[in-house]
Design a protein around this ligand. Structure first.
Ligand code: AMP
Length: 185
C-alpha cells in the first residue's frame, strides 16, 4: 500500500486486512510502538520521525525482516508505508524472492497535496502524532515523499506491478477500486 502521508494507506490497509485476512506490516506503526516502549530501535528512529524525515534504510529493513519472520506462515502480507526508498524496494524484493513469494503488486493512492495537508491537519486533532501537529513537519514529510519515495513508483512500473488508484472520494468507493485491483492480481 503506497502513497504520500495522508493518502489513506492506514485506513485502507485495515479494511484489506479484514476482508482478505492479511497480515499488516506498517513500518510507521512499528516505529511508534517501539518509541512508546522506549526500545533502542525506537530511540534510533525518534529524531528522524519527529522531524518528518525517513529513518535510515538499514534500520527499517532490519525491522521489516524481523516482522516478516515473526509473522510466520500467513495468507499474505500487506506492507503499509514500506518500501519508502528505492533501496528498501530492492531489499524487499531480495527478501521476498528468497522466501519464494515476490511482491504481487503496488497499490498507489494518489491524492493532491492540498487535500493531503487538509487531511493531516484534521488528523492532528485525534492522532496524537507529533509529526501531524506542526505545519512545517507536514510540509517536510510531503517534500521527503517527492524526493525519496516517489521514485519507488518507477521501480514497480518497470516490473509491471504499479496500480494507481484515485484516492479522493468516499472511502467505500476507493476501497471498492482497491479490491477490484487486488482481485485481479
Ligand atoms: P507513517 O506512519 O507511515 O506516516 O510513518 C511515520 C514516520 O515513520 C515517517 O515519517 C518516518 O519518519 C518513519 N517511517 C515509517 N516508515 C518508514 C520507512 N519505510 N522508511 C523510513 N522511515 C519510515
Amino acid at each position: 500500500m503506497f502513497g504520500p502521508p495522508g493518502a489513506g494507506k492506514g485506513t485502507h490497509s485495515e479494511l484489506l486486512v479484514n476482508k482478505y485476512q492479511l497480515t499488516h506490516i506498517s513500518t510507521g506503526d512499528l516505529f511508534r510502538k517501539n518509541l512508546g516502549e522506549g526500545t533502542p530501535l525506537g530511540l534510533k528512529a525518534k529524531t528522524f520521525m519527529d522531524q518528518g524525515n525517513l529513518v535510515p534504510d538499514e534500520v527499517v529493513i532490519g525491522m521489516v525482516e524481523t516482522a516478516i519472520k515473526d509473522a510466520g506462515h500467513v495468507k499474505g502480507i500487506i506492507f503499509d508505508g514500506f518500501p519508502r526508498t528505492v533501496a528498501q524496494a530492492g531489499k524487499l524484493d531480495e527478501l521476498l524472492i528468497s522466501l519464494g513469494h515476490p511482491v504481487s503488486g503496488m497499490v498507489s493512492l494518489e491524492v493532491p497535496d492540498e487535500e493531503l495537508k487538509n487531511r493531516l491537519k484534521l488528523r492532528a486533532k485525534t492522532s496524537g502524532r507529533v509529526d501531524d501537529q506542526d505545519e512545517d513537519k507536514i510540509n517536510n514529510r510531503i517534500k521527503v515523499y517527492y524526493a525519496e519515495t516517489q521514485p519507488v513508483i518507477d521501480f514497480y512500473k518497470t516490473q509491471e506491478k504499479y496500480y494507481p488508484i484515485h484516492g479522493v472520494g468516499k472511502i467505500e468507493e476507493i476501497f471498492g477500486m482497491i479490491c477490484d485491483t487486488i482481485d485481479k492480481l
